[in-house]
Design a protein around this ligand. Structure first.
Ligand code: EPZ
Length: 418
């Protein structure tokens, strides 16, 4: 099992390039099931979760091809297997994104119920309720959800009792082929939802309001192929900006959309970091010290839960007490005990982590537990004195494209060891 060896206290310099967004590419890949024509996707990151989704699409009957220029060609001419099997879903819960497309395209979808996940229960009841509102009959047995709509889906109003990102994406894709008009109320406003709506529109869907909490979809008979470039990964971009700040370096994070992680940028400035932004890049420059600030995670455009662990790592070296409140998931502080092994001073009380800084972190052997907790450990190791060994970095590989190469090119002492 791969590990990272990181020796801290190096300053970084130069550029940190951002890849395409994993959380935009995943629904975009599921959308390819909605048409029998080929779809070309550019800037799909080569990360493990994408590989898992491609395996799932092939299982459904799609032809998947990486082209020379690095883009992806997906052709779902025929759906031979409208299901997401247990052995795939158990490794990636985002497999539930095929539920809506398969039900809409074939009238049948069988998806293994996603099991528990380390950061929380993460049920998909809102996806299921939404499909039932569009006329599907949904049953659950033997660990599988089966949605059937033999006469096709019918447009309707779907009110999400709780904001759900992939729930919004799932239902937007299903509604694109439903008969009549669908209104999604209390929809997620994430940039990845907007990116998916843009792809679906290129495929012939009629969607208004993506990016707001009310999305209207006028169903169409069929969708055609399209070509689309995936937006930059705002979570990777935010992680790399924090890498520049935590190592007190002058770095430029390039190929990103600063607007998509504005909440993080404003929190970093409140903490005293010097962060400048252009249309496609963010530059950090050294400062004398950082002040602690409080953060509460919220749905977009609030502070992203996917950046909570990374920001908490930064607060361990800021002066003062910071209250980090995690409102989206029940158990997203698994990075805390590992950071404590490096000398961080953090107390957890329910949904809140209370961080007292600055601590002078020292390198240690630590364990990655989930994707963003792992990123938090990488950031702490970059500033810790001495050597850290990070175990189970396959968690990092799920959502970051060769992050160790990017960091090493900017001057970090980081290497992958097996
Ligand atoms: C997406 O997950 C992201 N994944 C997550 O990123 C991200 O943390 C999350 O949104 C929140 O921003 C992808 O886009 C592939 P939710 P998703 O449905 O859609 C509850 C990463 O690190 N809920 O918005 O699964 C749920 O339990 C990953 O890249 C229900 O109760 O998240 C959670 O508490 C981690 N019932 C809250 O809503 C449902 O049917 C928000 O979940 C659906 C969700």
């Amino acid at each position: 099992m791969d590990k990272f060896r990181i020796t801290g206290r190096e300053t970084l310099s130069g550029e940190l390039p951002v890849s395409g967004s994993k959380n935009s590419a995943l629904p975009a890949l599921a959308a390819c099931l909605l048409t029998e024509e080929p779809v070309i996707l550019h800037r799909v990151p080569r990360v493990k979760d994408i590989g898992t989704m491609l395996k799932l699409l092939e299982h459904n009957g799609a032809i998947v091809e990486w082209l020379e220029d690095g883009s992806l060609r997906i052709e779902a001419k025929k759906i031979v297997n409208p299901e997401a099997p247990y052995e795939i879903v158990k490794t990636m819960r985002a497999s539930s994104l095929v539920l809506g497309p398969l039900a809409a395209r074939t009238g049948v979808a069988r998806v293994s119920v996603p099991g528990g996940c380390s950061i929380g229960a993460r049920p998909i009841n809102l996806h299921i309720n939404g499909l039932e509102h569009l006329g599907a009959t949904v049953q659950q047995e033997h660990g599988y959800i089966e949605a059937t709509a033999p006469d096709g889906l019918l447009g309707n109003t779907v009110h999400f009792e709780r904001i759900t990102v992939t729930g919004t994406e799932d239902l937007m894709m299903a509604a694109a082929l439903a008969r009549g008009k669908t209104v999604l109320e209390n929809a997620a406003r994430e940039p990845e939802v907007v990116d998916l709506a843009e792809l679906l529109t290129k495929m012939g869907a009629r969607i208004q309001g993506a990016g707001s909490s009310r999305i209207e979809i006028e169903g169409v008979e069929r969708l055609r192929g399209a070509e689309h470039t995936i937006i930059a990964d705002r979570i990777e971009a935010g992680t790399l900006v924090i890498a520049g700040v935590i190592t007190n370096s002058e770095v430029t994070v390039t190929g990103c959309v600063p607007e998509h992680f504005a909440a993080l940028i404003s929190k970093l400035r409140r903490a005293g970091a010097r962060v400048e932004e252009s249309a496609t890049a963010v530059r950090t420059t050294p400062v004398t010290r950082l002040r602690s600030v409080d953060v509460t995670t919220e749905e977009h455009p609030g502070f992203a839960t996917d950046l909570q662990a990374q920001f908490l790592a930064l607060m361990t070296v800021a002066t003062g007490i910071s209250f980090i409140t995690e409102n989206i998931f029940e158990n997203r502080f698994m990075h805390v005990p590992e950071l404590a092994r490096m000398g961080a001073n953090i107390r957890i009380e329910g949904r809140q982590a209370i961080v007292a800084g600055p601590s002078s972190l020292t390198g240690a052997q630590v364990m990655c537990s989930d994707l963003r907790a792992s990123a938090s450990l990488v950031l702490a190791a970059l500033v810790a004195r001495g050597e850290s060994i990070l175990d189970r970095v396959y968690h990092v590989d799920r959502g970051y494209e060769r992050i160790e190469d990017k960091l090493r090119q900017a001057g970090a002492r980081i290497e992958r060891i097996d």
